[in-house]
Design a protein around this ligand. Structure first.
Ligand code: PGA
Length: 250
């Protein structure tokens, strides 16, 4: 089985309801039927956008979930709630969640397992800060992140997980990893998956690059053997930017 190419958008805390609908309508009208597209949207738009994209090649992801099944957690959203409104994926381990909400790998693992249990698929993010990259220890850093979370999943859970490598220094900075830097880390991640889960699962796992992906650099990044697509923040907010990125991955 060939692994699937994916372009995922991460809207973060952007767009009002009208803008969100317009953007998805624009993306649907691009008719890139062979592309696999996932949109990470704010909780409040999931139900309506899941209906709007039903039957299309666009799947909907939440950007977070709570780490307990249910209960007295005022203001929080559970995996079961997400599943029940048509959510396909949940993005976990994003560097902004790690940094601003103190999420560590133990918590991320807990959320991943809960999400899988509820029948949601996961986009798992990892990546090193600038200081680590400058010290040349990015491989060890990411290996350590994976060892505490991703590599503790079951084989079945791993099969339903997409990995996104997002070097923190490249997120929202306009600074992109070179295609060779991305390829080298993706190859490293695939080897780690293979060592834990076997070559077949590693070969089938989609590994996306994230961090200032834009139309100008998408094609080169996506041309690398182990780069199976992208997780796109800023450039996913406009169809005229996201469209060409989707095309670059066809
Ligand atoms: P960016 O964000 O494309 O705006 O750098 C990527 C992400 O945070 O997923």
């Amino acid at each position: 089985m060939k692994r699937r190419r994916v372009v995922a958008g991460n809207w973060k805390m952007n767009l009002n309801s009208l803008e969100a609908n317009d953007l998805v309508q624009d993306l649907l009208s691009l008719k890139h039927e062979s592309a696999r597209i996932i949109l990470g949207v704010p909780f409040v738009y999931i139900a309506s956008l899941a209906r709007l994209t039903n039957g299309s090649n666009i799947e909907i992801a939440a950007q977070n979930c709570h780490h307990e099944q249910k209960g007295a957690y005022t203001g929080e959203i559970s995996v079961e709630m997400l599943k029940s409104i048509g959510t396909d994926y949940v993005i976990l381990g994003h560097s902004e969640r790690r940094e601003y909400f103190n999420e560590d790998d133990t918590l991320i693992l807990q959320k991943m397992q809960l999400a899988h249990e509820a029948g949601l698929k996961v986009i798992y993010c990892c990546g090193e800060p600038l200081s680590v990259r400058e010290a040349g220890s990015q491989n060890e850093f990411v290996q350590n992140q994976l060892a505490q979370s991703l590599l503790k999943l079951s084989a079945e859970e791993m099969k339903n997980t997409i990995v996104a490598y997002e070097p923190i220094w490249a997120i929202g900075t306009g600074k992109t990893a070179t295609a060779d830097q991305a390829q080298s880390m993706h190859q490293h991640i695939r080897q780690l998956i293979s060592a834990q889960f076997g070559q077949e699962i590693a070969d089938q796992s989609s590994i996306l690059y994230g961090g200032s992906v834009k139309p100008a650099n998408a094609e080169e990044l996506f041309s690398k053997d182990d780069v199976d697509g992208g997780l796109v923040g800023g450039a996913s907010l406009k169809a005229e930017l996201f469209g060409p990125i989707i095309e670059a991955n066809l």
